[in-house]
Design a protein around this ligand. Sequence first.
Ligand code: NAI
Ligand code: AKG
Length: 426
Amino acid sequence: MVADKPADAANENNDQLDVLKSTQTVVKKALDKLGYPNEVYDLLKEPVRMMTVRIPVRMDNDSIKIFTGYRAQHNDAVGPTKGGVRFHPNVSEKEVKALSIWMSLKAGIVDLPYGGGKGGIVCDPRNMSFRELEGVSRGYVRAISQIVGPTKDIPAPDVFTNSQIMAWMMDEYSRIDEFNNPGFITGKPLVLGGSHGRETATAKGVTICIEEAAKKKAINVEGARVVVQGFGNAGSYLAKFMNDRGAKVIGISDAYGGLHDPDGLDIDYLLDRRDSFGTVTNLFKNTITNQELLELDCDILVPAAIENQITEENAYNIKASIVVEAANGPTTLGATKILSERGILLVPDVLASSGGVTVSYFEWVQNNQGYYWTEEEVEEKLHKVIVKGFDNVYKTAETRRVDMRLAAYMVGVRKMAEASRFRGWI
Ligand SMILES: NC(=O)C1=CN([C@@H]2O[C@H](COP(=O)(O)OP(=O)(O)OC[C@H]3O[C@@H](n4cnc5c(N)ncnc54)[C@H](O)[C@@H]3O)[C@@H](O)[C@H]2O)C=CC1
Ligand SMILES: O=C(O)CCC(=O)C(=O)O
């Protein structure tokens, strides 16, 4: 069973938990602050294109199951749209739309030549065989093939998707297109044109944001107490990078619960034992709940799982001085206000988790040029991009006297608004 939402979050105003509505609210505020007229908001409040597909798959018991999938393309004024594909039972049209807007904002903040896109399939890969997963992945690509491609919309991994799934999707697209087309998708295995550093890129980007935020708060990362919610791609590598830098990772969790040790957890052991879905707590008896984990006494808290985890219900109980959102949408708007008023430095998702799409961009560039960079080259480029994005957002928050989320939206929305204006759309 997946515990996808904290029980007490259900009490919060439903609008707050509606990720699309809250995203639209902040986009509107950002555009107003920047002085754009209403029609710019009318264009940017929804994706320009949204496709819903039905994917028939023959299951291992020989029955045919029809899966529902989505692909949202938010705004393609700057360039092709780009963003991950999520496999999760809670995927919904609204969620995919919000995720595509966040991708546009990320691309704006780290200045990539992309707009935002996002996809999702309603399914639970934890209960599916390898063969069934391949069927869903290939069926999805066949269904969306007309609107995606290396110069149209470039997918990538997200929750419960990985480099194997990207490989199947790339192979299916290449068959349809009748030539090998690695630039169709990023997050591929290295042997199929993947980039060094993509696997760890999201966590690397979060690590750089933590370092920058820690400087602002005069906190030494070495020795700092860190709590990470989610132990998948983003969370587990982040825990490792924090551990490697001498921080004390005192709490981690997955969908089933959390582990806490005030003296620091053995991260290398946990990394070794987690499964491909980021599950590890099932191996332990003394677990805590995800809610208890979020409220642990620590210096740095990193939600790296799913949406709506820090809400008005628990925001007053958060003890960290810095909250860095590796996950997309983990904090509601009400909670953002409470954390900011409490002087907690919140590094918002659209900045903190932009390392993944940045190295995906590097992967696409390498595929296009057919020449590949070393891990060191990728890391150096990533570092420059994230530090610049952080500085821009932090300075905007200071000079415009707004919270970090609104500042990030102001920085992120400007490029697509300007590109849409130059194209004569608005
Ligand atoms: N993979 C990537 O490159 C990027 C991921 N992100 C975001 O980071 C977050 C995590 O993504 P990944 O690490 O890629 O996914 P993943 O599938 O590798 O891992 C997800 C982790 O979250 C845990 N989880 C699921 N439901 C949970 C719940 N209700 N409470 C606590 N933990 C729960 C899972 O057990 C697992 O440990 C998502 O919000 C995703 O959109 C953002 C940017 C890029
Ligand atoms: O790597 C990419 O292109 C997209 C990553 C993603 O889906 C995200 O940042 O949420």
